[in-house]
Design a protein around this ligand. Sequence first.
Ligand code: ADP
Ligand code: MG
Length: 309
Amino acid sequence: MHTAELQATPIAPHEQAAEAVATLTSVTKSYGPVQALDGLNLTLRKGEIVALLGPNGAGKSTAVRLLLGLCAPTTGEARIFGRDPREALARERIGAMLQVAALPRTLKVKEHIDLFRSYYPAPLPAAEVVRIAQLEGIENRLFEALSGGQQQRLLFGLALCGNPDLVFLDEPTVGMDIEARRGLWIQIRALAAQGKTVLLTTHYLEEADALAHRIVVVNKGRVVSEGTPAEIKSRGAGRLIRCRTALRPELLRTLSTVTSAEVADGLTTVMAASPETALREMFALDRELHSLEVVSPGLEDAFLAITGS
Ligand code: ADP
Ligand code: MG
């Protein structure tokens, strides 16, 4: 597959000002002493694929649960289609693929699809769900007889049964091989191309990079960075220097333009806004420095630099 096909179609300028279909405004959410969200702001617009990225416990699932109307904010406001997410009229327009879907194991694929379609006033035709979720040929198979990847595809199909305008996908491709993941990416892009809005949580940075128009990085219940994948990567603060050196990370962090320094397995990694400046100082301090490599940070490096984890 050509790499260009793996990139999300850029949102046209007129769509950037498209209507907000979901918002979280200054939302806090506490579970007893635990503050899961701490003043989170999030806006999802029509036709957009947004990836919510963050380390474990960052508050991603809590944000999704608030938008699904499964819980209420402690303070602040959650809105979908201008309504409280707990209202039936708002919920009819959303579909969700959740991480922990406990489906009856002894129902067939097509029975699950018909059951989910029955919950909605204007469902997609069952054959359409089967096609989009790539379930052709296994409609009569029991849920328990499906492979992990097939179960994921069924969960994806069930999220679309109501022909939703807003789709929540929590780790949608977990357990899938790369070919199945790419197949699902194509379907997810097709949803956005039809004007549907997709909120995706994933811990595959490659997935966020390939799919999302916009990435929202969350840490400790707050948005710490937000932008296109390219913008997020460029915020990884300059260039990544890899080398072997006797210089300690504590010292390297004090050099000009250096934002972080780590050593693992004898290999030192330094993030520097200006690699030339940093390297001049490094060579002055260690003439034996060798195995040098200077690269643009990938999304993963940027993510680590942003969340400091
Ligand atoms: P993420 O999905 O980013 O891993 P979560 O939204 O699940 O993060 O959790 C955010 C924080 O809130 C974590 O510290 C988690 O332990 C806590 N938390 C989430 N749900 C509950 C709950 N039902 N009861 C108590 N604490 C919770
Ligand atoms: Mg989660």
